[in-house]
Write a protein that binds this ligand. Structure first.
Ligand SMILES: [Zn+2]
Length: 195
């Protein structure tokens, strides 16, 4: 389990979860900005349009990781068998849809127990990724009192659109995020080069 990477370079990692919003303009943004992104996808939230994430994958700037089949927000309330089904089942789907073999698991809501850890191992994933900051509409929520990014921090975002962002778009939210990162003197790196 990790929520940052122990490095001193001024880089951070941007991760985007779930998959509810599917804004075509964001695909163009990924192509234009060429910022490496880690996507943790839940089947129930992407299955109405698998192709959207195929297009994101095809940009070459994203890696696809596992975020369960049905996005249960309380994994610890599930049996060991159900937890395994959630994770192993999503491995199969992500491989079928994208040819991807995820090796990082992000538990919905950050909630997990020792059965989750065991299921992650049984499903042949290598680690579980939490986060240090989460991106809201305009600002980041920090888990530490300093309210500053630190080297190696992992930032959580979500695929969100006007319905979840009080009228703002995914592209506007990501622009706000990139500006905060740049203002603090950081650049974004690809986490798959570190873990
Ligand atoms: Zn989620």
């Amino acid at each position: 389990m990790f929520s940052r990477i122990p490095i001193t370079d001024k880089v951070v990692f941007v991760t985007i979860d779930d998959g509810i919003e599917k804004d075509p303009a964001f695909i163009q943004m990924v192509k234009d900005f060429q910022v490496p992104l880690t996507l943790s996808l839940a089947d129930t939230l992407i299955k109405d349009d698998y192709r959207y994430f195929e297009q994101l994958h095809a940009t070459g700037h994203v890696s696809i990781q596992n975020h369960t089949l049905t996005h249960p927000l309380d994994m610890p309330s599930l049996s060991a068998q159900r937890q395994l089904e959630e994770i192993a089942g999503q491995q199969v789907k992500l491989h079928r849809e994208y040819g991807a073999t995820p090796y990082i698991f992000r538990p919905p809501g950050g909630n997990y127990d020792k059965r989750t850890v065991a299921a992650v191992q049984q499903a042949d994933l290598k680690g579980m990724m939490l986060w240090r900051e989460s991106m809201e509409i305009h600002d980041m929520q920090y888990q530490t009192a300093a309210h500053r990014l630190r080297p190696g921090d992992i930032i959580l975002c979500h695929f969100r659109g006007p319905a979840q962002l009080k009228g703002e778009t995914m592209v506007q939210m990501m622009t706000n995020l990139y500006r905060h990162i740049q203002d603090q003197g950081f650049t974004v790196a690809d986490i798959t080069n570190y873990v």
